[in-house]
Design a protein around this ligand. Structure first.
Ligand code: BGC
Length: 365
């Protein structure tokens, strides 16, 4: 729970942005002002729900989890087909796999003229993780069937290549995606009392340790030795690895040194060109959240100051700043294509709330 809301207007603004961005169905829209983000991503939404739990807005997180469970249940036949195919040693076509984002009413979006990578596994794992944190030991009750479906789906498909956190590189496997899957399977193992799911999570973790470490650091994936800021998730919040594990500590310091912009904001990865590949507010807050849990007060304070300094006049936190691009020539083409950068972005606010709440006491700690 937050201890000092009155001293930080951005905390209250962030709760307002998340509340305003939550549909009556329980879905969190990714961004209300950016047409391409007019959907509900499980990845973004799961972090919004964790944040709402962290600030005591449990009715909001409860509504999200019911919405997500309903969306998964509606895909029951598709999930069972895919699981059966994978168990029979067949490779399902990517378009058979579950979508990464849904409409606010919990339906897969219809095929649009501009197709956008939609097969991503991480959101289902992050959802299961956030649900377990939300339930804090209580029975999953009516959500149990959806938990079972999502867990069977992940247990069967975890080794498949898919698009990553950033909706790129769909022909590869990705460490952060695998981490989300392992965390989700661990959570499902607890919620369902299924040791077999915990054993699959262990196998995923063995794969990460054996195939996703290079030069003493976790890296973007088995075939990509770059760092990626989403690797923070291995420790925060998933606790798959201790923050003082030498490989984790080296990863964090690598992110801090190689992915920081001159002003100290954190980029996704080197070579990113989306809107120029600037620092992202949610990533800077994510590192601040990790620093807080790891006892790095200076790192946390830096992140808080940096994010606050980028709050828009109307109180919103955008996806990324546009002032420190890795590739200046890549900014305008994206503005021409999709318009100004997403602002507010709900999971930027979620990460700010998580960085600033007493997450040490949260159910997932
Ligand atoms: C990001 C995703 C995010 C989505 C919605 C995309 O540009 O790469 O990580 O889930 O936007 O916010």
């Amino acid at each position: 729970m937050i201890t000092t809301p009155s001293t930080d207007p951005l905390l209250m603004a962030s709760i307002r942005v998340l509340s305003a961005g939550q549909a009556a169905t329980g879905a969190f829209i990714a961004s209300p002002n950016f047409p391409q983000y007019g959907f509900a991503w499980l990845r973004d939404g799961a972090y919004c729900a964790l944040a709402m739990d962290a600030v005591g807005e449990t009715a909001s997180s409860d509504a999200f989890h019911r919405w997500a469970a309903d969306a998964v249940e509606r895909q029951r036949d598709r999930i069972l087909d895919v699981v059966n195919m994978l168990r029979a040693g067949q490779d399902p076509e990517p378009q058979l796999m579950l979508p990464t984002r849904y409409t606010l009413t919990g339906m897969p979006e219809s095929d649009s003229a501009e197709s956008w990578p939609n097969f991503q596994l991480d959101g289902y794992g992050t959802w299961l993780f956030a649900l377990r944190a939300h339930l804090a030991g209580a029975d999953a009750g009516p959500l149990r069937a959806a938990v079972e479906l999502a867990a069977e789906y992940l247990a069967a498909s975890w080794a498949m290549p898919c698009y990553d956190y950033w909706e790129e590189f769909g022909d590869r496997r990705h460490t952060s995606t695998l981490a989300s899957i392992a965390a989700g399977l661990q959570a499902a193992a607890h919620m369902l009392d299924r040791p077999d799911l915990a054993a699959t999570a262990d196998a995923v973790l063995v794969f990460i340790r054996e195939s996703c470490v290079s030069d003493g650091r976790f890296v973007k994936g088995p075939s990509d030795a770059r760092l990626d800021a989403s690797l923070i998730s291995l420790a925060t919040p998933f606790r798959l690895v201790d923050h003082d594990d030498p490989v984790m500590a080296a990863t964090i310091e690598g992110i801090r040194t190689t992915l920081a912009s001159p002003s100290g904001g954190i980029r996704r990865y080197l070579g990113d060109t989306y809107y120029g590949g600037n620092p992202w507010l949610l990533l800077t807050a994510w590192l601040g959240w990790h620093d807080r849990l790891a006892g790095n007060a200076d790192g946390h304070a830096h992140a808080v100051g940096w994010v606050r300094g980028r709050q828009a006049a109307d109180g919103g936190l955008a996806e990324q700043t546009l002032h420190e691009p890795q590739d200046a020539s890549a900014v305008q083409p994206w503005i021409d294509r999709w318009g100004p950068v997403a602002d507010p972005l709900l999971w930027s606010h979620a990460k700010y709330l998580l960085m600033q709440s007493d997450v040490e006491d949260a159910a997932w700690s």
